[in-house]
Design a protein around this ligand. Structure first.
Ligand code: TXA
Ligand code: MG
Length: 301
């Protein structure tokens, strides 16, 4: 979809499998959290807490090139994959009328990173998207050249201080002014960590995880992928006979989209099973599997 900043690769933010296809099409090696796009600020209230600061910035800059990081509401239906299972949510009301019309017509928030292959330039014209992702997307909604041509400014309002996570079309000074002179913390130029994605504290299970398991210890839970028919338990027994709370299958049919959509929720559920460890079956290291394995390695380290 066109937006005033750059073209976005959009999918239903509440549908984990659809969101998985975004990561697959972009060839992202890991599951970075995505921005959820809304038609109006009011629609955000079902998903995130808008405090007074958020209301002020929304009033002043939306629709427009500003993204806010807000505390996510417990009952939000945004998929865990879209927000990388963080307790926060990135939200934005885009200024491009076609984007808002699309979101309204869809009736759901749209998760959308820039519509380019990971590591390449962001597209600001429909033809750029066609060149990069033409064979990977169902439809390109042509909406002219992006006016801003630069990704949105990202402001973190999830804590008491205001942080600028990504500079963009709207300056820190304008943000500070709109908040009555509130100081804006900016990323340290000398700091090695520049990408906000790297600063994120992800949910880590408290139960140890073991990857590429080919069998199970008696006190382990199983995170499966594909058929569990040949998974045995050391000392006797089979994974198929494990109690329901000890076993989850990311995708019985080895569908990586389904596996990605299930990943965060299933890790959480097994973490609560009381097992000594979570054994994870091998996931092929290709396509979306690369991002799934990246997340599993971090959860296991
Ligand atoms: O202008 C834009 O923002 C474009 C258009 C399509 O809207 N979208 C875009 O999305 O640039 P993307 O995924 O390329 O960038 C999202 C940025 C990333 O730097 C990501 O780390 C950060 O937002 N982000 C998303 N959710 C976050 C969260 N919960 N906490 C901190 N940073 C977050
Ligand atoms: Mg991008």
């Amino acid at each position: 979809m066109p937006t005033e900043t750059v073209y976005g690769l959009a999918a239903n933010a509440c549908d984990g499998k659809a969101v998985a296809r975004i990561f697959e099409a972009k060839g992202r090696p890991s599951f970075n959290p995505l921005i959820s796009h809304f038609a109006t600020a009011r629609d955000i209230e079902a998903h995130a807490h808008m405090d007074e600061r958020a209301q002020m910035l929304a009033q002043r800059f939306w629709p427009g090139p500003l993204t806010l990081i807000l505390p996510r509401k417990e009952n939000s239906t945004i998929s865990a994959l879209a927000c990388a299972d963080l307790p926060t949510l990135a939200v934005r009301v885009p200024g491009h009328p076609d984007a808002r019309a699309l979101i309204k017509a869809a009736g759901v928030p749209l998760a959308a990173p820039s519509a380019n292959i990971s590591g390449t330039l962001s597209p600001t014209r429909a033809i750029h998207v066609a060149e990069g992702l033409g064979d990977k997307v169902d439809l390109i909604l042509a909406g002219g050249a992006s006016e801003v041509g630069l990704e949105s400014t990202v402001i973190d309002l999830s804590g008491p201080e205001v942080h600028l996570l990504r500079p963009g079309g709207i300056s820190a000074e304008e943000i500070s002014d709109a908040l009555g002179g509130t100081p804006i913390h900016q990323p340290d130029e000398n700091s090695e960590i520049k990408s906000p994605g790297q600063l994120l504290k992800h949910y880590a299970p408290t139960t140890p995880m073991r990857l590429n398991a080919i069998d199970l210890a008696p006190d382990e839970a199983l995170l499966g992928f594909g058929s569990l028919r040949f998974m045995g338990i050391r000392g006797g027994g089979a994974a198929l006979d494990l109690p329901d709370d000890r076993v989850r299958n990311l995708s019985e049919g080895q569908d990586l989209h389904e596996a990605a959509a299930n990943l965060f929720a299933m890790i959480r559920e097994l973490d609560q099973s009381g097992a000594q460890a979570i054994a994870v079956m091998n996931i092929p290291d290709q396509g979306l599997g690369i991002a799934i394995n990246d997340r599993l390695k971090r959860a296991a380290s």
